[in-house]
Design a binder for this molecule. Structure first.
Ligand SMILES: [Zn+2]
Length: 402
């Protein structure tokens, strides 16, 4: 049972780089304090594929996970998860959870969705059933999940789009953010249930745990700096606990994603965390941090691990290559993870070639650890005043193991 007097959200900046926009902070949530900048592993279906919650929390030290509202809404359903006491209890996860609004997945459905001012109607990719998401309903879904940090429903335009379409879409995203925020404030102001008794069920919008939640609006505007700035300025009025930057990783060239983040760095309040959604490759993590980003998430470490692409301190290792066939060395000699402490490249390659489940476990374990180590290096560099040197080192490092 969770205590009912947990503190609300707060963010402290503990160190700032004198030469870039990088900062180190502490994000306090009802499910623990998160050291920022932070990378959030993605648990799409309330699981990071291949890893147990114990491995994530105890062995890897993950302080916050991301879960996908779209997937959990469709299966097993947010109402069921609410009846099970919320996502933390359902998946037995002790630390913080951030949920997206489902917008990114819905807008990726292309022909299967239709957007209007009220929201978006879409067809389930599972069975073709029709569903509607509105700014209000996605708040309700995320409150039923009892996520710590909720996202507003936004439209995530494809790349490329015209300035005119991006402008109209951004304005709709701002209107939706206002509606979502009003609804969120109304719902969370209602006396929250501390726990559900036998036979009790959740009202729409009720959180099953009764703890505090935060809602982040999302800066959109395509890759147009003027629209990004206009959007960020409009969202400031909402006075939320943090701000997300969306519309990245939609197929655009990487320098454009970084410019889109740069466009709003001076507008988003310094005292609130900033979350760049869906980024990035290992070498890109410090680049976003240098532009004032505090939080990131990406499926890359887990998905690439399963596909045989492993990130090491010396660059990428493509484990199927013949040269690793009889390589007795650990994957990364500088890594302290369980995989690197216990197994050779030859064994990992054998598991991969054989299609063994253990390969996915060990590979994901290492890749997630590598991302967390990068974030620890970044944070240490910011706190110790050596972030510019760290950034130069990362920029000159090889992409692939030589
Ligand atoms: Zn390792």
């Amino acid at each position: 049972m969770l205590p009912s007097n947990l503190p609300p959200f707060s963010f402290e900046v503990v160190a700032e780089c004198a030469h870039t926009r990088a900062r180190a902070g502490l994000l306090h949530t009802p499910h623990g304090t998160i050291e920022t900048p932070v990378f959030m592993p993605v648990g799409t279906q309330a699981t990071v594929k291949g890893l147990t919650q114990r491995a994530l929390a105890q062995d890897l030290g993950v302080q916050i996970l991301l879960a996908n509202t779209y997937h959990l809404y469709l299966r097993p359903g947010h109402e069921l998860i609410g009846r099970m006491g919320g996502l933390h209890r359902f998946m037995s996860w002790p630390n913080a959870i951030l949920t997206d609004s489902g917008g990114f997945q819905v807008f990726s459905l292309r022909g299967l969705r239709k957007i209007d001012e009220q929201g978006v109607v879409f067809q389930s990719h599972l069975n073709g059933d029709q569903h509607r998401f509105t700014p209000e309903s996605t708040v309700d879904v995320q409150l039923a999940l009892a996520s710590d940090i909720l996202m507003v429903l936004d439209e995530c335009p494809e790349y490329p789009v015209s300035h005119e379409y991006a402008r109209q879409s951004m304005h709709r995203t701002v209107r939706w953010a206002r509606r979502a925020n009003e609804h969120f404030r109304r719902r969370t102001a209602e006396s929250p249930p501390q726990s559900l008794g036998p036979g009790q069920s959740l009202r729409p919008g009720q959180s099953p745990t009764g703890t505090a939640h935060a809602l982040f609006p999302i800066v959109q505007g395509g890759l147009f700096a003027d629209l990004r700035r206009e959007c960020a300025n409009a969202l400031l009025d909402l006075d939320t606990d943090g701000y997300a930057i969306g519309g990245l990783s939609v197929g655009e060239p990487r320098p454009l994603s970084l410019e889109a983040v740069e466009a709003t760095e001076g507008i988003l309040p310094r005292s609130k965390p900033r979350y760049a959604m869906g980024v990035g490759m290992p070498a890109e993590l410090p680049e976003y941090v240098a532009r004032g980003v505090d939080m990131m998430d990406c499926v890359l470490p887990s998905r690439n691990a399963r596909n045989g692409c492993l990130f090491t301190s010396g660059g990428r290792v493509i484990i199927k290559h013949t040269r690793y066939k009889d390589d007795p060395r650990p994957l990364d000699e500088k890594c302290q993870c369980y995989t690197c402490a216990s197994y050779s490249r030859a064994y990992l390659r054998h598991l991969f070639q054989s299609g063994e489940i253990l390969y996915a476990v060990l590979a994901t374990w290492h890749n997630v650890r590598r991302y967390l180590d990068i974030m620890r290096e970044i944070r240490h560099a910011i706190v110790s005043g050596s972030f510019p040197e760290y950034l130069r080192y990362v920029r000159s490092a090889p992409v692939d193991v030589e």
